[in-house]
Design a protein around this ligand. Structure first.
Ligand code: ZN
Length: 508
């Protein structure tokens, strides 16, 4: 709250909403004044504005922050805005070169705030397979990594000696250019050893940055289990002091979540810098050529059957190993959805999903990739509405609104306050040590960035499904990014691209 500036004329005033700030636990009816892209007043007093919007009966909160947004483009941002997301960061896979990524985004414009970590896999790919580089460099978008998932040199090879040093140099250059930590998709290059990762972790620690890891083994089978990897990550955090963020705890834990959660909880209780995130589905999605989709033992490792795997292109569900192998050989970069839990049908699976989604201090993320074209390639255009022939996992469209509908409104297993905290502030608490810009997000307070959402608690809901992921969420009435109304009365302003860069300190 602040003293009322009765004579101040604000750019936008939101009146009579139920204003929730997850940091101070403020929850009450206030007026919010926005000016110059910042929140300038939160008060019971009447405010004057050039644009005054009555938001009675609606919740006003900080916009949601997605720590795991692979779809770094205009369309993905617009669709995510309907889900309440005002900042989407590509931290797990990361990208290289960092300057090129940020320059491209600034040139094209973005609907929501954007940013990325330094892509370890990109550095590894061009170091171990230099013939795959484009003009001697990685290409700064995820399609580069996806289309090279079948190149075993960087997937299975070891980075040692001069290779290791060259790879570390590329990563360090990215950190100097302000990449938000280091994204380590270990499961996509399972050949990497702990010796290599130890060096990567020490580099992160040197720059006071975090690592964001997709674990090496998508497996519940010993000796190469995900359980083992989580113990290794706790060990790397202890050995190097680098903040160690475990990506999508829900998906890579599979049905081992009860004991993996204990590892994370006990490591945190001992003061280790371990953090985590989860999305709200028991189904993941990635490139079918990824090492972890090795068909020889995928059913045992994940405790699933072929019918739990669906090719996004054409939404084809598999029925045999032969079919799966054929699709994997023909298009290793094609996206496949894998149902490791069936939470909509089985209460025991929902209980497993709860263990990560509701984990205290974790943040809600999406892991959503860019929209997929009929030929399997990613779509980077900006047509609106979403072209009819594009596909995706419904988490790209309705992850946060699904969280609000199911977990808060219907099941009532978490309060609005705590859900908003899980979806906004927690990401800031995880990131702001290395990326101070995040100190001004995730809070509805005077002096904070005006990334604000206004939604109807009675109707807010996802509409996207696996068969039609293009249906936008409903109930997200107004979405403001840096003080600009990107969505007003649930209508997108197609001229607005108010997203700004989120970046760690630049040292070179
Ligand atoms: Zn991942």
């Amino acid at each position: 709250m602040t003293t009322n500036k009765a004579n101040e004329l604000y750019d936008v005033v939101l009146t009579n909403g139920r204003v929730i700030d997850p940091e101070t636990y403020m929850d009450g009816q206030f007026n919010v004044g926005i000016k110059g892209g910042q929140i300038m007043a939160v008060t019971k007093d009447t405010l004057k504005g050039k644009d005054v919007i009555d938001v009675s009966g609606l919740i006003v909160s900080p916009g949601f922050i997605d720590t795991h947004a692979h779809g770094q483009n205009i369309l993905s941002g617009r669709v995510q805005a309907y889900d309440g997301v005002t900042t989407g960061l590509e931290l797990e896979a990361g990208i290289l070169p960092i300057n090129e990524f940020y320059d491209n985004c600034a040139k094209e414009g973005r609907a929501i705030n954007y940013g990325c970590s330094v892509g370890w896999s990109y550095a590894r790919l061009v170091t171990l397979c230099p013939e795959l580089a484009v003009n001697g460099k990685p290409e700064p978008q995820m399609g580069f990594m996806f289309r090279n998932l079948g190149a075993l040199g960087w997937v299975e090879g070891k980075a040692e000696g001069a290779d290791l040093e060259a790879m570390l140099d590329l990563i360090e250059e990215g950190l100097k250019q302000g990449g938000i930590g280091i994204g380590v998709t270990w499961g996509y290059a399972p050949g990497a050893t702990l010796t290599e990762l130890d060096r990567v972790w020490r580099l992160a620690a040197k720059y006071n940055q975090a690592t964001f890891t997709h674990i090496q083994n998508l497996s519940m089978v010993e000796p190469n289990s995900g359980y083992k990897n989580h113990i290794e990550l706790a060990g790397l955090a202890a050995a190097t002091g680098a903040q160690t963020h475990i990506c999508h705890l829900n998906s890579t834990s599979l049905r081992d979540i009860p004991r993996i959660r204990e590892v994370v909880k006990n490591a945190q209780a001992k003061g280790l810098p371990l953090t985590t995130e989860a999305y709200v589905w028991g189904a993941g999605e990635s490139g079918i050529g990824a090492a972890e989709f090795n068909p020889d033992d995928i059913r045992e490792r994940l405790a699933i059957d072929w019918s739990d795997l669906t090719l996004v292109k054409g939404l084809h569900t598999f029925s045999s190993k032969e079919e799966f192998v054929k699709a994997r050989t023909e298009g290793p970069g094609d996206s496949v959805i894998v149902h490791f839990l069936r939470e909509d049908d089985k209460p025991e699976d929902m209980a497993l999903l709860d263990m990560s989604v509701l984990y205290p201090g974790a943040c809600i993320c999406t892991d959503a990739i860019a929209w997929v074209q009929p030929d399997g390639n990613f779509y980077y255009g900006s047509e609106w509405p979403i072209p009819e022939n594009l596909n995706n996992h419904p988490r790209a469209t309705g992850n946060y609104t699904r969280f609000l509908r199911i977990w808060v409104r219907e099941r009532q297993v978490i309060s609005w306050m705590d859900a908003i905290r899980q979806a906004s502030l927690n990401a800031c608490l995880i990131l702001e040590n290395g990326c101070p810009q995040m100190k001004k997000k995730g809070r509805l307070q005077v002096g904070m960035d005006a990334d604000i959402i206004v939604f109807d608690p009675d109707t807010v809901s996802e509409k996207a499904t696996f068969t039609n992921p293009r249906q936008l969420s409903v109930g997200m009435k107004h979405v403001m990014v840096n003080g600009t109304l990107l969505i007003r009365d649930e209508i997108l302003d197609t001229n607005a691209l108010p997203g700004q860069a989120v970046r760690s300190p630049i040292t070179a």
